[in-house]
Structure formats: C-alpha cells, structure tokens
Design a protein around this ligand. Structure first.
Ligand SMILES: [Zn+2]
Length: 517
C-alpha cells in the first residue's frame, strides 16, 4: 500500500504560511536569516520499565528530558500514567511492533513474542521506513539488543544494528556525534526487563532500579552526543522515552494494569511543557515523531495520535469535595457503614477518590473487601470495591485489587498488589475527568506503587451505602481479617500530588484531618 505524504500544520508554519503579522518582505528576510531547522528524532524504548519504577529510580537524563533542562531552548512533556497496546497481552513483541509501526496488534498481527516475523509490514511499515521513504535524503537507524528485532524487514535507507546494550550505548553515542548521523532513530534498551525478570518488577527492587539507572547512563551519553553536534543549533530534535510494558513479581504479560502502566517522556523545541493528559499510549510518541517529519498519522490511518497538549495540575485544598471521612482516633475502624453515603452526589462515569490505610494478615479466608458500595456477590454488580484478597490474571498469590461494575454487565478488575503482612499500607483509588482510573499502594518502604487504565464508563453509583470492612450490603459472607484506618471519600478526583501528600503524612503518623486545615 502506498501512503500519501501529507504536510501537517506545523510543517506549513515552518514554511511561512501562517505569519499574518509580518510583512511579505520582512517575512522573506526572516526566512532567509532563519532557515527551518532540520527535523531529527530519537525514540527510546526501555524494555519492562514500569511508570512507578521510573519515578523511584535515579534517572537524571530522563528527568532532564522530562523538564526540558537537558539543553537550552527545549521543553519537556511527560506522563507516568501511560498505556501500552490495548489489544494484546503486555508482551515485548506486540509492543515493540506497536511502537515501531504506531498501530494496534489487530493491524500489525503481532500479538505475542515469536510473532514479529509474521507482522503485516506491507500495510503497516515501521516509522523509520515511512520517514525515509517520504522525506528525500533522510536516513534511519534501528539499534537494539533483543534478537527478535532482526525479524523486522529491512529497507534501503534504514540501518539495523544488533548488539549488546552496553555496546549499543557506546556505539549510538559515536553515531549521534558524527556529522552524518541518521535523522530518525529507534533505540530499544533491553536491560530493565532483565532486572525485572531476575529480581522483580518492583519500585523497591534494587537490581531492577539499577538496570534503569544503567539505561539512563546510555541515554545521558546519547544526549551529550546530540548536544555536541556542530550543526545542533540548526537541528530540531525530538527525543522520546517510553516502555513496551511494566511487570509484576518476576513476569509480565498479564491483564490488570500491573504490566500495562508505562511512562511517556518527550522533549523538543516545540513540545508543550507539562503533564500529558489522559492515558496516552506509547505509539502516540511514534505518531508525534511522524508528524515531526511532516507526515499525518490520521491520514495514514494509524492508531497513534500526535501528542500536542499538556496540562498544568493546579493544587486544590484537600477539603474540596470531601464527601465522607471515617476516623477513630488512630484505632482501627472495624466494620462500619458510612452514614448517608448512599445519598452522596456520585455520578456514573464521574470523578471520585478514596484513600485509606489497611493492615492485613498474609492470608484471608475468601475474598473480603476493605471498602465497597456494591453487592460483592458478583463483580459485575454496580459500584466499586477494594478487595483484600483476590488474584487477578497472572498473580502469583491473592492480594489487594480493585473491582468496579461497568455498563452491560461488564466489570473491571485492577491489581494485584502484594500484601505486606502486618504492615500498615496505604491505598488510594482515583477516577479523574480525563477518564483514567488509578489504583495506588503506598508500602512501608516508602515507595508509592500505582497502576492505571483508561476507564471511560464506570458504575460508581450502586444504591447501597459504602461500608468499611464490608460490601454495600454489610453482610457479605467473608469477613475482613485485618484493620482499616482513616478512610476518606471525595466526590472529585485527587491529583497525583494530593495522593503523595496524604501517603507521606500518614507515614509520619498524621491523620488526614491535619492536612484539611
Ligand atoms: Zn519487553
């Protein structure tokens, strides 16, 4: 299939088509003095990098991309609530291919490892092939360490380098510093996935965090090489970082958010600064790269969408929208009904937030809840529940997970979070107006873990009131063995920073009330 080259608005602006306020002569002079900078793009994929681990790891190079401080004149956009491909389990090959082609597995036909060789690249070529075919004189580079990458088809202007991560790191820095550096580069780093498989994909796993740090040193070398280019001031770089999947315990590939919540970071001269709203997908970076070279992802019928807007989260007083709070002076709450909660102004599909602390034993009898406003006899019933003991897809043992009913008798199950027996552990569930549901666990080690999913429709309203330590009916057959403390419910979303604040305060023994003043 031959795809048309479509110039997007940004490219037209570069050609001087939208400068009403400048006279024709002045504009000609401006264009003569300041020729359009040459577009360049580097898309980095950290294999197996969970979003929350990225926040916990020491990664100064990625941080400098995130805030645009890696070089003057550049800005950064980011999210730690990104998602991988929606229609395949979070395997490497399905997501490498999605990042490389900017389409879902349904189009690429790569749903799992071992299927890279069967991909439909005739209809859905890699972004490197698209750019080098469409823009005369451009060159591409695919540099990677995972052997399956060799199965992507070659194309005349795209060079493949397959070597170890360490060699690739050194080699790429040399290539980027050279005058004839490629214009479009896809760089896959395998290292974090090794750390996760051998020591656990957790923000508290030292080996995993160290693998992320080492990966960051490769990125730092690449950025230094880009900055050192004699032609750097005449170039317009777009540098992007994302992941193919996260992980849980020592594996990935499970549904339920643990392996699907990933980071997205991009930095460019024209990148809007701030947080990327919603739950963008890794291949939205690919679409942004294609637009950077003047191609139109929508005209190409890609699933990736260019990332063009960011938001600045403004702090709000925590007491705004607080609908109910249950606190017993630092003593566990026991089972209790949240009086009047059946009348609270929750809307189906609307925002809400819940925070609490819980202390659980290693094992529960059955699947009791920490809180709920639903009849927990069935997960498809309307309402929400934080379940103390349930194993979602791929979990090694039952743990804490979130359930909600959805229209048409569908359900959502997010988790599983490992229980820390006997430890007070923080939980939060937030659904925001961007359609993203986030479930948090704040552990005794001070690490806040989270998973998220785009959830456009959720049946928050159920009929029954909220109970702490019981479901909405108050008589669910499995009683909670454990304690809940400082339960709070908002009829609005909390920001990530709000959740962090409540967790940190609780770790220091402060009840939520101390933050409401
Ligand atoms: Zn992977």
């Amino acid at each position: 299939m031959k795809m048309p080259l479509v110039l997007v608005a940004g490219a037209l602006a570069l050609l001087g088509c939208t400068t009403d306020s400048v006279s024709q002569t002045g504009r000609d002079a401006l264009l003569r003095d300041r020729p359009a900078r040459k577009p360049k793009a580097l898309l980095i994929m950290l294999d197996g990098a969970r979003a929350d681990a990225l926040a916990a790891a020491r990664m100064p190079a990625v941080s400098s991309l995130r805030d645009g401080s890696w070089t003057p004149g550049y800005r950064g956009a980011w999210t730690l609530f990104g998602q991988n491909v929606p229609d395949a389990r979070p395997s490497s090959a399905a997501n490498h291919t999605a990042i490389f082609t900017a389409v879902n597995a349904e189009k690429s036909r790569v749903f799992n490892n071992g299927q890279t060789k069967d991909g439909d690249y005739a209809h859905w070529p890699t972004w490197l092939k698209r750019v080098t075919d469409a823009v005369p004189g451009t060159k591409g580079l695919f540099i990677f360490s995972w052997g399956e990458g060799k199965q992507y088809p070659s194309s005349p202007n795209v060079r493949f380098i397959h070597d170890s991560d360490a060699n690739n790191g050194k080699n790429l820095a040399k290539i980027l510093a050279a005058p004839d550096a490629p214009d479009a580069i896809q760089y896959f780093i395998d290292l974090p996935d090794h750390g996760g498989h051998s020591a656990g994909f957790y923000p508290f796993s030292r080996e995993y965090l160290h693998a992320l740090y080492t990966s960051d040193t490769y990125i730092a070398a690449a950025l230094a090489a880009i900055r050192s280019r004699p032609t750097f001031k005449d170039e317009d770089w777009l540098v992007m970082v994302t992941a193919d999947h996260g992980g849980y315990a020592r594996s990935h590939g499970m549904w339920g958010g643990q392996a699907s919540t990933i980071p997205l970071v991009l930095s460019g001269r024209n990148t809007p600064a701030g947080r990327l709203p919603g739950a963008p997908r890794h291949y939205d970076l690919t679409a942004t790269a294609l637009a950077h070279f003047g191609l139109d992802p929508a005209a190409l019928k890609l699933d990736g969408r260019p990332l063009t807007t960011t938001v600045q989260d403004r702090p709000r007083p925590l007491k705004d929208g607080l609908a109910a709070r249950q606190y017993a002076g630092g003593k566990p709450l026991g089972v209790r009904k949240v009086e009047g909660s059946e009348k609270l102004a929750f809307e189906n599909g609307g925002d809400f937030a819940v925070t609490l602390w819980a202390r659980l034993p290693a094992k529960q009898k059955g699947d009791p809840v920490l809180f709920s406003n639903k009849d927990w006899k069935s997960g498809v019933n309307p309402g929400i529940a934080l379940v103390a003991s349930k194993a979602t897809d791929g979990a090694k043992a039952p743990g804490v997970c979130f359930n909600a009913g959805r229209p048409d008798k569908e359900r959502i199950d997010m988790g599983t979070f490992d229980v820390e027996p006997g430890q007070w552990t923080f939980y939060a569930v937030v659904r925001n107006s961007e359609g993203v549901l986030t479930v948090y666990q704040g552990r005794a080690d001070g690490r806040l873990n989270w998973i998220c999913a785009p959830v456009p429709d959720i049946l928050v309203k159920s009929g029954p009131p909220f109970h702490v330590g019981q479901d909405g009916t108050g008589v669910y057959r499995h009683a909670l063995d454990g304690d809940v403390d400082d339960f709070a419910l908002w009829a609005r979303a909390l920001s990530h920073e709000d959740v962090q604040r409540i967790y940190e305060a609780g770790r220091q023994g402060l009840p939520l009330a101390d933050l409401l003043l």
